[in-house]
Design a protein around this ligand. Structure first.
Ligand code: AHR
Length: 312
């Protein structure tokens, strides 16, 4: 990093001169599409040139994109890493080229933390914990069988959201996770996996709640619950994470119960940190945390209204 600081100080840059390459995960969810759209508008606001590569949920595509950004000599690289391991070699290459790397919304596991400058992320363990705490309160001692729709296997957010929820229900033996499987953060996979859970659990009658690691999977699950002749939000409760407009609409229709909001503006704080670093060598904090809030049906209308200006 110190070599990068001297390089930054030697050539102070105006935002308008900066080019950033962004290796995006893909377009698996409504939240992801909003994150991409906010990244574009935040770049445009600052006069930064943003090049986006869609990784289509594959790490190998993301690694190729990062290599291509290095070859193009961009001023910085943003990565939303699909999984948390396997990044060392390509990050070494970025470091050798003195190109600062910012991680957006998902974290990675590397021994040498100097391989990236900062990660902009929510507290993903807290997200899961908030849904779990809500359920414990909601059940008030009554038993509840939970089915869990996990995010992409190996993604930091899926690991953390699982952990937070499990921690929250750990001291409540009447609440049990009876099935847990990945729905890869997509609506169609969420629906498919929920259908199999319903079939395996007495046509859904053994299920009290579905905990989905994102809203798109929850919306797919809601569809599956309806098709099985049950009432989502009543016969089977729902809890999920993101805050996409459709989940607030489902809440307003009485079909979803609890939601934790994740801001799609991950690029904005990264651009701010990058600009400061390029202008005067200010090294940003390693973790730049975004705000995490639990919303319930009573909040749904006002949250839905706010979403209009948030890239959705
Ligand atoms: O990394 C953030 C997660 O990725 C979002 O919660 C999910 O919708 C997306 O696919």
């Amino acid at each position: 990093i110190s070599a990068m600081v001297s390089a930054a100080l030697a050539a102070p840059a105006l935002a308008a001169d900066l080019t950033v390459g962004f290796s995006q995960v893909g377009s698996e969810s409504g939240w992801r599409a909003a994150e991409t759209s906010v990244a574009k508008s935040e770049a445009a606001k600052r006069g930064i040139t943003l090049k986006i590569a869609d990784g289509q949920q594959k790490q190998e595509n993301q690694i190729k994109a990062v290599r291509s950004f290095i070859a193009q000599g961009v001023d910085a690289i943003f990565i939303a890493p699909v999984v948390q391991t396997g990044w060392e070699p390509v990050l070494e290459e970025a470091k050798d080229a003195e190109i600062p790397v910012f991680l957006l919304d998902r974290a990675i596991v590397v021994k040498d933390k100097s391989l990236y400058m900062s990660v902009v992320t929510a507290d993903n363990v807290l997200e899961g914990r908030l849904i779990g705490d809500w359920l414990v309160k909601q059940m008030n001692g009554k038993p509840c069988n939970v089915v869990e729709l996990q995010g992409t296997v190996g993604a930091s957010v899926a690991i953390d959201r699982k952990k937070g929820f499990a921690e929250a229900i750990a001291n409540t033996p009447t609440i049990k996770i009876i099935r847990s499987q990945s729905g890869d953060f997509t609506r169609s996979k969420g629906k498919e996996v929920m259908e199999s859970f319903i079939k395996a659990e007495n046509n859904g009658k053994n299920i009290c709640m579905v905990y989905a690691h994102n809203d798109d999977m929850a919306i797919g699950a809601i569809q599956a619950i309806k098709e099985a002749g049950l009432k989502p939000g009543k016969d089977i409760l729902t809890g999920s994470i993101d805050g996409v407009p459709d989940i607030y609409k489902a809440m307003l229709a009485g079909e979803a119960n609890a939601n934790v909001e994740l801001t799609p503006n991950m690029a904005g704080p990264a651009f701010d940190a990058l600009e400061k670093f390029k202008q005067n060598g200010t090294v940003p904090p390693k973790v730049i945390k975004t705000v995490t809030t639990l919303w319930l049906p009573a909040d749904a209308q006002s949250e839905l209204d706010k979403k209009k200006d948030m890239g959705y």
